[in-house]
Design a protein around this ligand. Structure first.
Ligand SMILES: [Zn+2]
Length: 337
């Protein structure tokens, strides 16, 4: 899929770009961006997943042209090599996709070249492009929004290695790491149907669950955003609790893959809370109290908060469609080398 350097943006084929998230669907066509509520489990908790998928297909087809190219950033676990969609807690709960979603789209609009990629891969492609001039060996992108996901690219080879199912970085569904005093939060549910996952505590819906369990009755996304900047005690305690599992994910990446020298952190939660979110993360990371923590300023160099201007998954989807990064199965990549 990779064929030399990505072309100049000004010469690219006119394209409809679509971002399917758990809360919103955003589209961009002819430079005009629009936003509509997503037909998702988060927005419609009582509607069966199969019906939600039908509605999503209808919405995507309705904004597609008769001919041309559509690139889609999809907030679902999927095989970026084949386009096979596996599932998505925010979109469909614990339901596992049993349809060839991309095939359905291609049959509905056969004149359109459909390019559908995992949203975290799209975020990675945009972030990797923005830091390419720093020549990091590998670069990671962690999104904290209605779900939590990670993707890592090797920039030397321009590849994102995935497992035999086409997956990489589903860290939101790892067991959650909690401080002893908040260990009782380990029972909280996750959109995937499990309990005690990183996303159970640290995703957007997870933070609301934690706030409810801690008895913060006035919680809302907007209250949290304002209260953290004002140093409110409840908000500070909540922020410390919900950033700890994310810090442990970052620490695990560094310990096992030290060549990932830059990790961008984006997504609605991290972008919305901004600098206080980064400060809380760094406090956890620096407070490890172990020789494994590294140099005091190491985490400042590694962790980039992408709140201004934020990662552009629409641009990332287009970069991927143009081959900026190749998605390869780890085993195949190893055989070639
Ligand atoms: Zn989960």
């Amino acid at each position: 899929m990779t064929d030399g350097a990505a072309p100049d943006p000004s010469t690219r084929t006119p394209t409809v770009r679509i971002d399917v998230g758990g809360t919103w669907i955003r589209t961009e066509s002819d430079g005009v961006r629009r936003r509509m509520p997503a037909p998702s489990r988060i927005n419609h908790p009582d509607v069966p997943a199969t019906v939600l998928v039908d509605r999503l297909v209808d919405q995507l087809v309705s904004v597609a042209p008769r001919a041309g190219r559509v690139v889609v950033s999809l907030g679902a676990a999927m095989d970026d090599v084949t386009g096979t969609v596996r599932g998505s807690g925010p979109l469909w709960g614990d339901w596992l996709m049993d349809r060839d979603l991309v095939g359905v789209l291609r049959r509905a609009r056969p004149g359109v070249a459909w390019h559908v990629f995992n949203d975290v891969t799209c975020g990675l492609a945009d972030f990797a492009d923005s830091v390419a001039q720093e020549s990091p060996a590998s670069v990671g992108y962690l999104t904290v929004s209605s779900g939590i996901g990670l993707k890592i690219a090797e920039l030397g080879t321009g590849t994102v290695k995935v497992d035999e199912d086409g997956l990489q970085g589903e860290v939101g569904h790892l067991p959650v790491a909690l401080a002893p005093e908040t260990a009782g939060l380990g029972h909280l549910s996750c959109e995937c149907g499990g309990t005690g996952h990183v996303a159970s505590v640290s995703s957007g819906p997870g933070i609301a669950r934690v706030a409810g369990t801690l008895g913060i009755g006035r919680y809302s996304t907007e209250w949290f955003r304002q209260a953290v900047t004002q140093g409110d005690d409840d908000a500070s305690a909540l922020l410390a609790t919900v950033t700890r599992p994310v810090a442990e994910v970052l620490r695990a990446i560094w310990v096992t893959q030290p060549w990932v020298t830059v990790i961008g952190i984006g997504g609605g939660v991290a972008e919305g809370l901004g600098e206080p979110y980064r400060t809380a993360l760094l406090k956890h990371l620096r407070g490890a109290g172990s020789y494994a923590a590294g140099a005091p300023d190491a985490w400042e160099r590694r962790v980039r908060l992408l709140d201004h201007p934020g990662v552009d998954v629409l641009r990332g989807a287009q970069l991927l469609a143009e081959g900026s990064l190749a998605i390869t199965r780890a085993q195949e990549a190893d055989h070639r080398s």
